[in-house]
Design a protein around this ligand. Structure first.
Ligand code: HEM
Length: 556
C-alpha cells in the first residue's frame, strides 16, 4: 500500500514538474520564433477589451455581427482574443483564398473545442474534426467516393422520391389547414433527416419511425448541453477545460455519458445492418457507412522523420463519423431548404421567373416524369436562386480552420503572426455582403435578393448553374470587383471544403421543381432568425430562419 501511495505521489510529482516546465517554456518562448528572433506582430486587434474575457465579452448568439463591426474598424484581417483563445478573422474572399486555398498545407487543421465536442467525436476522430493527416485523408476519400461529383448520381432516385414526398406531405397538411396556410418546417425537417440517413447509413425510414424523433431530440439535447455556461466557457479557457476534464475523469459525467450512448445507439444499429448486408453480399446503393466499413487500416503518421506502420481503422470510428455526418447533413439541408422556401414565398417575381423556367423545361410533360438527372445543369435561374439563398443566409456564417505550425503570413505589404493551433475564422457575414464583389454593373447591391447576379451578363466566364464550390475557383481574375466565379462560400473553402454540396444542391433543385410546379407560395418571413451557439458540434455557431406561415395556393 505504502509503495502504491509512493508511486502515485511520484506520478503526480512528475506530472506537476512537466506541467510547470511546459508552462514556463511556453511563456518564455511564446513570442519567439524557433531561431530565437521575435515573432511578427499579430494582425490588428480591437482595443480596450476587458482582461480575462477579452473579445468574448462582446459576443452574443451571433458573433459574426461583432466580427463584421470590428472588420470595418480594423480591416479585413484582424485578430482577437476570446477568453484565452487567440483567433484570426478573415473578412474578405480573396483573403480566404490566400489562407485556405493558396496556403492550404499550413491552414487546413481542425481542433476540437469543448468537452461535449470531444466526447462526440472521440477526441477529433470525425472528418470534421480530425487533424489534416492520413487518418482524415482516408475517411474523406471514403465519403468522397459516395457523394463526390462522380458518385452523387447514384442518389438521383432518392432525390426524385424525396421531392415527391415533400409535396405530398405538404399537400396533406395544407388540406387540413384553414386558408391553405401552414409553416412547412416540420415537413422540411423530415425530408432533410431521411435524405441524410439514406446517404450516410443507406437506410429508408417512414414518417412513423420513432428513431427519427429520437435522433432529432438527442441532437437538440446535445446542443443544450453544449451551450451550458461552463461547458461553453471551457472552449475558450483551456485551464477550465482541463479542470472539467479532470473532474469528469475522477467523478464521471453522467449526463454526457448517457447522452453519448443514447445518441450513438440508433447509428450503431444502422451500422450493424450495413455490415450484415455487406456480409450477405446484398446489392445496395453505397452509403457512407458501407464505404467507411470497407477501410481496413489507415497509413501511419510520420514520427521523428520515420513513417510508422498502418493503423487499423476501428468500427467505433466509423460509428462516430456516420453520427456526426448525419447530424451535420440533416441540420444544414434542413436549414437551407427551409430558408429557400421562405425566401421564394416572400419574393413573388423571383418565384414567377423560376416557375416559368420549370414550365419551359417540362414542355408539357407531367411533372411526375421529371427526373433529377435531367435537371442538373439545365435550370440556370433556379440554380442562381439557390446560390443567392445560400449567399444571403448561409446556414453556418462562421467556419474555422486551424494553423498547423507557427507562420509568418504576408498580406498587403505586412507580415503577420499566426501561431500553431490558432483558429482562422472566415466570416461570411462580411464576405457575402461585400459590395465591391457583389454589386452588379446595373447597381444591384449585396443586400438585395437578386439571383440574376449569378447569370450572364453579370456572371463571368466559366459560370455554372450549380454553386462553384471546388477548390480553385475562388479566383480574382482581372476585374476583381466583378469576379463572382466563386459565387459564395457557404460550403467552406480549401481542403476542408464541404463534401455535401452536390447532395444539398440536388435536393434543393429537385424539391423546388416539384413544389413550385404544384403551388404558388405567398407569405413567409426571412427576418426572424434563431442563433445557435454551436455548429454541429463546433463553437462558431449557426443561424437558421425561423420563418413564418406560408400560403400554398395550388397552381392548377
Ligand atoms: C446546406 C447544406 C450544407 C452546408 C451549408 C454545409 C456546410 C459545411 C461547412 C461550412 C463545412 C466546413 C468547411 C470548411 O471548414 O472549409 C462543411 C464540411 C463538411 N460537410 Fe457540409 N454542409 C452542408 C451539407 C452537407 C451534407 C449534405 C454532407 C454529407 C452528405 C456534408 C458533408 C460535409 C463533410 C464531410 C465536411 C467535412 C470536410 C472536412 O473537414 O474534410 N455537408 N460543410
Amino acid at each position: 500500500m505504502a509503495i502504491l501511495g509512493f508511486s502515485i505521489l511520484g506520478i503526480i510529482g512528475s506530472a506537476f514538474a512537466y506541467f510547470i516546465a511546459t508552462a514556463l517554456s511556453g511563456i518564455i518562448w511564446k513570442d519567439s520564433k524557433a531561431d530565437g528572433t521575435p515573432k511578427d506582430a499579430w494582425p490588428p486587434s480591437p482595443n480596450g477589451l476587458p482582461y480575462i474575457w477579452n473579445g468574448l465579452k462582446f459576443l452574443g448568439g451571433s458573433p459574426y455581427e461583432k466580427f463584421t463591426e470590428w472588420s470595418t474598424e480594423l480591416g479585413v484581417l484582424f485578430s482577437v482574443q476570446l477568453g484565452f483563445k487567440q483567433i484570426i478573422v478573415a473578412n474578405d474572399a480573396d483573403l480566404v483564398k490566400e489562407l485556405f486555398v493558396d496556403q492550404q498545407q499550413y491552414n487546413s487543421g481542425k481542433i476540437t473545442g469543448d468537452l461535449v465536442e470531444g466526447a462526440m467525436t472521440d477526441s477529433g476522430h470525425t472528418v470534421f474534426t480530425a487533424p489534416f493527416a492520413e487518418y482524415w485523408r482516408s475517411i474523406r476519400k471514403a465519403i468522397h467516393g459516395t457523394v463526390g461529383k462522380a458518385h452523387v448520381g447514384q442518389f438521383n432516385e432518392l432525390f426524385d422520391s424525396q421531392s415527391r414526398k415533400l409535396v405530398s406531405l405538404l399537400a396533406a397538411k395544407v388540406d387540413e389547414s384553414s386558408a391553405n396556410q401552414i409553416n412547412p418546417r416540420s415537413v422540411v425537417e423530415y425530408i432533410a433527416l431521411t435524405t441524410a440517413l439514406s446517404i450516410t447509413a443507406g437506410k429508408t425510414y417512414n414518417a412513423e419511425d420513432l428513431d427519427l424523433v429520437r435522433i432529432v431530440e438527442d441532437l437538440e439535447e446535445m446542443e443544450r448541453l453544449q451551450s451550458a455556461k461552463y461547458t461553453r466557457l471551457a472552449a475558450f479557457f483551456p485551464w477550465l477545460k482541463a479542470a472539467l476534464g479532470f473532474k469528469n475523469l475522477i467523478l464521471g459525467d453522467k449526463d454526457l455519458n448517457n447522452l453519448r450512448s443514447k445518441m450513438l445507439n440508433p447509428f450503431y444499429d444502422m451500422m450493424v445492418e450495413t455490415e450484415e448486408k455487406i456480409q450477405e453480399k446484398q446489392p445496395q446503393v453505397s452509403s457512407i457507412c458501407a464505404k467507411l466499413l470497407a477501410i481496413e487500416s489507415v497509413p501511419g503518421a510520420v514520427v521523428d522523420g520515420k513513417m510508422s506502420g498502418p493503423v487499423p481503422f476501428k468500427k467505433e470510428q466509423a460509428l462516430v463519423n456516420i453520427t456526426h455526418i448525419t447530424h451535420h447533413a440533416y441540420t444544414y439541408i434542413s436549414s437551407a431548404l427551409n430558408t429557400l422556401i421562405q425566401r421564394l414565398a416572400t419574393e413573388e417575381q423571383v418565384q414567377e421567373q423560376a416557375y416559368n423556367e420549370i414550365v419551359d423545361m417540362l414542355a408539357g410533360k407531367p411533372v411526375l416524369d421529371f427526373k433529377t438527372k435531367d435537371l442538373v445543369g439545365k435550370m440556370p435561374y433556379l440554380g442562381a436562386v439557390i446560390k443567392e439563398s445560400l449567399r444571403m443566409n448561409p446556414p453556418q456564417t462562421l467556419f474555422a480552420h486551424a494553423a498547423r505550425a507557427d507562420e509568418s503570413f504576408a498580406y498587403k505589404d505586412q507580415v503577420y503572426r499566426i501561431d500553431n493551433r490558432n483558429e482562422i475564422v472566415a466570416n461570411l457575414d462580411a464576405i457575402h455582403f461585400d459590395s465591391k464583389r457583389y454589386t452588379t454593373k446595373d447597381g444591384h447591391g449585396p443586400k438585395e435578393f437578386y439571383p440574376a447576379r449569378f447569370l450572364p451578363p453579370h456572371a463571368p466566364k466559366g459560370f455554372s448553374t450549380l454553386s462553384s464550390y471546388d477548390l480553385y475557383t475562388l479566383n480574382s481574375g482581372e476585374d476583381k470587383a466583378r469576379d463572382l466565379s466563386r459565387d459564395h462560400l457557404a460550403f467552406g473553402a480549401g481542403r476542408r471544403i464541404c463534401l455535401g454540396a452536390e447532395v444539398t444542391e440536388r435536393t434543393l433543385l429537385s424539391t423546388m421543381v416539384q413544389l413550385l410546379h404544384h403551388y404558388k407560395l405567398s407569405g413567409g418571413d426571412v427576418h426572424s432568425k434563431k442563433h445557435h451557439l454551436t455548429s454541429v458540434y463546433g463553437w462558431t455557431g449557426r443561424t437558421e430562419l425561423i420563418g413564418g406561415d406560408i400560403k400554398f395556393t395550388p397552381r392548377q
